[in-house]
Write a protein that binds this ligand. Structure first.
Ligand SMILES: *[C@@H]1O[C@H](CO)[C@@H](O)[C@H](O)[C@H]1NC(C)=O
Ligand SMILES: *[C@@H]1O[C@H](CO)[C@@H](O)[C@H](O)[C@H]1NC(C)=O
Ligand SMILES: *[C@@H]1O[C@H](CO)[C@@H](O)[C@H](O)[C@H]1NC(C)=O
Ligand SMILES: *[C@@H]1O[C@H](CO)[C@@H](O)[C@H](O)[C@H]1NC(C)=O
Length: 214
């Protein structure tokens, strides 16, 4: 969603770091839907590799079914229910996966339920490896038509407010810099003028001196 993307953009702009953002929870029938799942490394600088697995428990069912596996930069759909309907939407071109999101194509009402995302990560230190894991649960509701929660509307308004705020700040900063540069330029000009005056008066003195000597 817009909010999800924006939070990513913001985190990338501000820290260049991984930020765990919650997934959207409302999918629309017949459309695509991104199941977000992010698990950040505790220490960003440590080398790591991770695999991601997804399970799904449909509404009314009592057990999770294995639906997707991602390892060594390759994803596999593990369940007929999602045949040709899941695509990797997470970290690309790296074994060091921190975004394990997947994309459901052509959502059906039967996709309503709870999804479980599991990260199995190996941190590689110089002398040893350390294995950690993380689990996230995401409850998805499928609706016939896109409805918008007040939170989503508010956050979009906030986004525009902050974009406008950012632009105003840029303008203020530009004006400030321009003034600073202009002031510095004027000062340099005044200095040069003073220098010039000093030189010309010196020259005058000299020529006066020469005249006297003659
Ligand atoms: C997610 O996957 C869908 C379908 O493959 C694709 O259209 C979309 O661009 C992907 N988005 C990201 C952020 O990877
Ligand atoms: C999506 O699924 C519906 C049935 O659930 C099907 O009629 C339709 O053709 C599908 N669309 C795509 C793009 O696969
Ligand atoms: C949804 O589930 C019901 C019951 O399991 C099944 O009859 C139906 O065909 C399913 N619909 C789709 C679009 O997969
Ligand atoms: C996840 O980590 C915990 C604590 O380190 C460990 O006890 C558990 O066995 C791990 N689970 C899996 C499935 O690897």
């Amino acid at each position: 969603s817009l909010v999800f993307q924006f939070m990513w953009l913001k985190s990338w702009l501000c820290h260049g770091a991984c930020v765990e953002v919650d997934s959207d929870t409302e999918a629309v029938m017949g459309r695509g839907f991104k199941l977000g799942c992010i698990s950040c490394k505790m220490r960003g600088e440590v080398l790591a590799s991770a695999t991601v697995d997804w399970w799904f428990m449909a509404k009314g069912e009592s057990e999770f079914a294995y639906i997707y596996s991602y390892a060594d930069m390759t994803g596999y759909i593990m369940n007929d229910r999602f045949d040709e309907r899941l695509a990797w939407n997470g970290s690309k071109k790296t074994r060091d996966v921190q975004d394990g999101s997947i994309y459901i194509l052509n959502v059906t009402f039967n996709d309503t339920g709870t999804y479980r995302c599991f990260f199995d990560r190996t941190l590689v230190f110089s002398n040893y490896e350390y294995r950690t894991n993380a689990t996230r649960f995401i409850s998805i509701n499928v609706v016939g038509k896109a409805t918008r929660g007040i939170a989503s509307i508010l956050s979009e308004i906030m986004m525009y407010v902050s974009i406008i705020g950012l632009q105003l700040w840029l303008v203020v900063e530009m004006v400030y810099c321009y003034r600073k540069i202009a002031a510095a330029g004027e000062e340099a000009l005044r200095e040069r003028e003073a220098e010039y005056l000093a030189i010309t008066s010196e020259n005058k003195d000299n020529s006066a001196g020469v005249a006297v000597a003659e």
